[in-house]
Structure formats: C-alpha cells, structure tokens
Design a protein around this ligand. Sequence first.
Ligand SMILES: Cc1cc2nc3c(=O)[nH]c(=O)nc-3n(C[C@H](O)[C@H](O)[C@H](O)COP(=O)(O)O)c2cc1C
Length: 176
Amino acid sequence: MAKVGIFYGSTEGNTERVVGKIQNALGGEDVATLYNVDSASAEDLEDYDNIILACPTWEIGELQEDWDNFIDELDDVDFSGKKVTFVGVGDADGYPDTFVDAPGIIYDKIKDSGATFVGAWPTDGYDFEESKAVVNEGEFLGLVIDEDNQSDLTDSRVEKWSEQISKEFDLQAESV
Ligand SMILES: Cc1cc2nc3c(=O)[nH]c(=O)nc-3n(C[C@H](O)[C@H](O)[C@H](O)COP(=O)(O)O)c2cc1C
C-alpha cells in the first residue's frame, strides 16, 4: 500500500495534471495513489495516514462539482492520527475575491476532526484579494497552483512543495 492517498476532482483537467506531477515528485505510484473523487469513498480515505485533498474552485467560490458530491463522505472518516494537506487550483486574475476558496471549504468541514494539518504554503508571489484557503495570515492551507496565469511556475512550485510534504509526511525517514 502506498503511503500517500491523493484525492482530487478536476473538471477541465488542470488539477488532474497537477496531482500527477505531485505523484511523480513524491516518488511515483509506489509512494502515492491517485483517487478521482467521482468514484472514491470514505473507506479509500481510511486506508491512508497521509492524505492530500486537491480541488479546483468553480462557480465563483464553490467546490468543483465532483468534490461537491463527495464532501459529505468526509463525515464518515476517522481522521485521528492522519496528516492532511490540500492542493488548490484556481485563477487569481479572473476570481481575485474567491481565489482557491475550495481548500478552505473542505478545511472548514474537517478542521475539528482530529486530523493534523501540514503543508502550509506562503502566499508570496500570488496576486489576489481574498481566499478561504488563507486561514493563517500569509499562508495558504496547502499548495496553490494557478494554471490560468502562472503555469510557468507550476513545476517549480510542485517540486518545492513535494519536498516539503515528503518531510512533513515523514516519507524520507521511512524510506531510508
Ligand atoms: C465559471 C468558472 C468559475 C470559476 N471560479 C473560480 C473561483 O471562484 N476561484 C478560483 O480561484 N478559480 C475559479 N475558476 C478557475 C478554475 O478553478 C481554474 O481554471 C482551474 O484551473 C480549473 O481546474 P480543473 O481543470 O481541474 O477543473 C473558475 C473558472 C470558471 C470557468
């Protein structure tokens, strides 16, 4: 069993491509398994101690539609002992007041679940007004990718953040 479960939704394929890059950066399918939430369940989440929840924001500050159908599954998961982080994909130019809100919506649902949240990422370098993914000033809840305006930065952001969460998930220590 891989050590990391990556649960994503993607309407136009951007988030799907980003989570593929994260999977590679973490060490491939032996390390991280991808689940599209259009066909995942609470039991799939239960299998992992390290979880990445990846969701683009749609319809002006809303969850992507498959995530919208999936989010109540999180009520059936025992998150104690699990480390959780987020990937938000959005468009800062088009939607500066609801930029990558989706991770904030998911976080709100599970913030008191007993999960340990890791993977916070600086807001430096993103030009936006408001985001529910900013809970502590100056940082997002997880990696933020803007394929609409900053796709040239995606690979370096993925690489750097994947190194960070490898440490926070203790993947490196375990694989030595
Ligand atoms: C109708 C529409 C509404 C959107 N609303 C938001 C939004 O509120 N916030 C945001 O950051 N991005 C928003 N986006 C941008 C998408 O999140 C972005 O294009 C993303 O890369 C799509 O990911 P996907 O291809 O994985 O579905 C919106 C895009 C469209 C077309």
